[in-house]
Design a protein around this ligand. Sequence first.
Ligand SMILES: NC(=O)C1=CN([C@@H]2O[C@H](COP(=O)(O)OP(=O)(O)OC[C@H]3O[C@@H](n4cnc5c(N)ncnc54)[C@H](OP(=O)(O)O)[C@@H]3O)[C@@H](O)[C@H]2O)C=CC1
Ligand SMILES: CC(=O)C(=O)O
Ligand SMILES: [Mg+2]
Length: 758
Amino acid sequence: MLKINKQDALDYHSRTPAGKIEVVPTKPVSTQLDLALAYSPGVAEPCKEIAADKNAVYKYTAKGNLVGVISNGTAVLGLGNIGPEASKPVMEGKGVLFKKFAGIDCFDIEIDATDPDEFIRIVKSLEPTFGGINLEDIKAPECFRIETALREQMNIPLMHDDQHGTAIITSAALLNALEVVGKQIEQIQLVVSGAGAAAISCLRLYLALGVRRENVVVFDKDGLITPARTDLADMQLFFATERPISTMAEALEGADMFLGLSAGNVLAPELLLKMAADPIVFALANPDPEIGYEIAMATRPDLIMATGRTDHPNQVNNVLGFPYIFRGALDVRATEINEEMKLAAVRALSDLAKEAVPEMVNRAYGDNTLSFGRTYLIPKPLDPRLITTVSPAVAKAAMDSGVARVHITDWAGYEDDIRARLGVNQKLMNRMTSAARSNPKRVVFAEGDTYKTLKAAQILREEGIAFPILLGNRNKIERIAAETSLDLEGCEIIDIIREEAKREEYAELFYQKRQRRGITIYEGRRLLRERNYFGAMMLEAGHADAFITGLSKDYGKSIVPALQVIGVAEGAKRVASMYIIQHKKGPFFFADTTVNIDPSAEEMVDIIGLTARAVKFFDAEPRVAVISYSNFGSNPGELPDKARRATEMAKQRYPDLLIDGEMQANTALNPELLQEQYPFSPLAAKGGANTLIFPNVISGNIAYKVLQEIGGAEAIGPVLMGMRKPVHILQLGASVREIVNMAAIAVVDAQQPGNKGL
Ligand SMILES: NC(=O)C1=CN([C@@H]2O[C@H](COP(=O)(O)OP(=O)(O)OC[C@H]3O[C@@H](n4cnc5c(N)ncnc54)[C@H](OP(=O)(O)O)[C@@H]3O)[C@@H](O)[C@H]2O)C=CC1
Ligand SMILES: CC(=O)C(=O)O
Ligand SMILES: [Mg+2]
């Protein structure tokens, strides 16, 4: 269990600069010209445009991506009415989550006003500043009137998150829990502890999903809510019951669900015994739930339980909703957040929980067994698919329900845009994956009996990218799949030890190929018991379209069988490898990163040719820089000389290729520097290089690894170039995502005329 103490939390917040957020300019403000543009006199121009047309404020200011997180501090978490200043750490925290998960900027605003009319007037007056308003931690019943009035009076998306965020997320979890236990929502008997902002809003959404009002019983601190109560608002009295009961024990007799949005430890364990079979308990009070997880599960092992905490399964946390709901609403400039948008978010969340969990989520939670069921009803907060699932669903619902002022037509482009906002440039891999899906091919994996390969195989099958063939011990594969809840339907398993006839066929073929290179038929039979030879022979014999290996053996050992069986492509003198660096500035291509340790100038020319061809395969135009530690002869030495000679020879061998060198990496990647210092270089007018050829494997390998670890880039590869058929050697210990990416690339490679594009 994650443990933090009071001092850790205080130190975290007080570390300089105090608090959790700052404002960062998005335009340059270094020169006198910058200042004149950013402020007076330049700033007057956008002011005049906006004065003439108010909508231009979205074009010339940050309004469209700015959300106000606004509270009066009257119901802060479960801490109660602690005032506006004391609520500020929560509101700053919310701003951080908006930014981190959805790229939305926030101002947190804590208002010293408990009178609802005053609060409404102040928030309404802020409409010119914000693209959206997230109301937070405002107590019931005032919060209902405040939100209703502001929704009526304002023309930007506005949501009280404690009400609707909670309602959306618990609804998704409820629908999935009911699916798991096979109950109908129209029939469930529901008992609720709490009649505040969160509970009442959850109930209203549950009614929209099919729960019957007469099946609901609600308690607050003063007991059962009946029509006779005079201390409650209409929204609360709407759920009053006429049943002849008065205690929680009576209410829970035969109940299917308990929903707690009240206070810690208010539900006695023995009351769980009164509930119907497979009871659902959402005990969501923060930080302590209405009943502890361990005691509840020990009392009713058939229980399905959710809490608000990270240390138990099924964490119901608003962060699954608000960043993505506002992202979708802002992007279509919705005038409100309506019921259709909320229901779209519910469906998106509940559907996402049924899809295979990405490996990075498994890793983040240290759990390989996450799959839809009793302990995984809703996605995890660190799931990167949330933004591309929930936000488009909300945006579409806003358009369909007529509250969008901007319409999205290119949904694939929209997904790319929202990923790019978060600094993840996925365009290239998205294109590869779509191309692979259009004509999936058979990919054989040498390490079919490892968890990572199996997980990758499941994803490849589910996404329709490839038909995986898994080499390995069948019992072991089936055991790993069962232990980690993997579904391998559609994947072929080949246990090569049991495939004597196939081994003999391949040994004979291998012998024919290599008999004049020292291989006897006996040696062939021995080698064909190794999966790297067997997999390569499957590819050679046309029983597979691509071969992937390297996960558990070092690169050198893995590549040799492929070279012996498949060999280099016609016209290619050698093979080389390339990494694709996915960065927010666009894709970059680095070679050679793994194969040719210290190539000669002539060998570098071969590498340049292979790389330029591969860059075109990825739909980019190669702009090649040959890298060294000197710029155009500035520092003589063996390496710069080699790089310069390679450049000259490459210019002659590939006259149409845009190439220059030798140069330092920063020169190659900085077009201003090129234009200022080296205007004679053809790369200067073309925005610099996108393809870097390194003078040896050491420099190429170091460069991509540093970028991967601290440069905020994703490295895809190593892409093996120059083989006669699609073979790729993974880096030892590659991640599931890397395996999936390489398989998608191999499939597209296998689709090319002559079965080879790289
Ligand atoms: N996990 C999640 O995602 C979320 C969790 N929450 C949690 O839910 C709780 C309620 O939040 P919110 O609705 O915003 O707050 P409110 O102050 O609006 O409502 C609290 C409600 O709980 C009732 N209550 C308090 N103590 C008890 C008790 N001992 N027995 C029965 N009812 C009680 C209150 O009754 P009365 O009016 O009579 O005092 C009131 O109806 C908090 O603990 C909060 O942290 C909230 C939002 C999201
Ligand atoms: C999660 C949340 O918003 C709350 O507990 O108030
Ligand atoms: Mg809250």
